[in-house]
Design a binder for this molecule. Structure first.
Ligand SMILES: C[S@@+](CC[C@H](N)C(=O)[O-])C[C@H]1O[C@@H](n2cnc3c(N)ncnc32)[C@H](O)[C@@H]1O
Length: 238
């Protein structure tokens, strides 16, 4: 097991390296399901009529931020990521889509925003890369307005034995090979597979959301329980 500093260094190394092929690999490795998952999250945000402000943490190449910005309520979306190289394709896609995304480099553990400044916060496939998950969710809670919701989209190993067996095989063998072939770095995809296998099941993750000071946690499974959306709220009063 790596210590925290080594994990963060590894995360920076991996995403710096895979940034140029990240989108392509996502589409191939998830058979395009990832597009549907992000749209589901974007649709399920309860946005105010004027669109409000949404923060997408660990925004990477910006696919979730862009799906949110395309909602008819026209929210103002800020995307933040630790690795500037991931934000380069995000900025390019935002320009192409004419989406007014604000993108900035930063750490989920120290968000550069005042308390209660966002109507909703999201993080897609990012929370499992952050060693101090509860602290990161508490920090996202800090910047949410009271009653605002945090939406976490993340992989989990499915529970049904047959699906679980197949999926584990895919993660251990096929993912690193395919990832290695396209990115030239199989070890990055081995690491990413390990983070999925180590990620807690939904009930345990919801307890972490509560430990982060959020309330009313619930989860929704997507594609046979491979991906989940976990939602919790900032309490209305302290
Ligand atoms: C698997 S990618 C997900 C990107 C994007 N959200 C998506 O749905 O495709 C994980 C991202 O988390 C970012 N990340 C990891 N640790 C972070 C941290 N402490 N703060 C902000 N971003 C972080 C990485 O740089 C990477 O871009």
């Amino acid at each position: 097991m790596m210590d925290e500093t080594t994990q963060v260094r590894e995360v920076r190394r991996i995403f710096n390296r895979v940034a140029p092929v990240y989108d392509l690999l996502n589409r191939i490795l998830s058979l395009r399901e990832d597009v549907r998952w992000r749209r589901f999250v974007a649709r399920s945000l309860r946005l105010p009529v004027d669109g409000g402000r949404v923060l997408d943490v660990a925004t990477g190449t910006g696919d979730l931020a862009l799906a949110i910005a395309a909602r008819p309520e026209r929210p103002r979306v800020v995307g933040l990521d630790l690795v500037p190289a991931m934000l380069t394709p995000a900025a390019r896609k935002a320009r192409r889509a004419g989406a007014p995304l604000a993108l900035l480099a930063g750490d989920a553990l120290r968000l550069p925003f005042p308390d209660a400044s966002f109507d909703a916060a999201t993080i897609a496939f990012g929370i499992r890369n952050i060693p101090r998950r509860v602290e990161a969710m508490a920090e996202m809670g800090r910047v949410l307005k009271p009653g605002g919701r945090l939406h976490v989209l993340e992989f989990t190993t499915p529970r049904r034995p047959a699906v679980r067996r197949l999926y584990t095989r895919y993660l251990r063998h096929l993912l690193p090979r395919l990832g290695g072939l396209v990115s030239g770095d199989a070890s990055s995809y081995q690491y990413l597979a390990d983070t999925i296998l180590r990620f807690p099941p939904p009930d345990e993750f919801r307890r972490e959301m509560v430990a982060a000071g959020l309330v009313a946690p619930r989860s929704h499974s997507l594609t046979q329980g491979i991906a989940w959306v976990h939602v919790a709220e900032k309490p209305l009063t302290d």
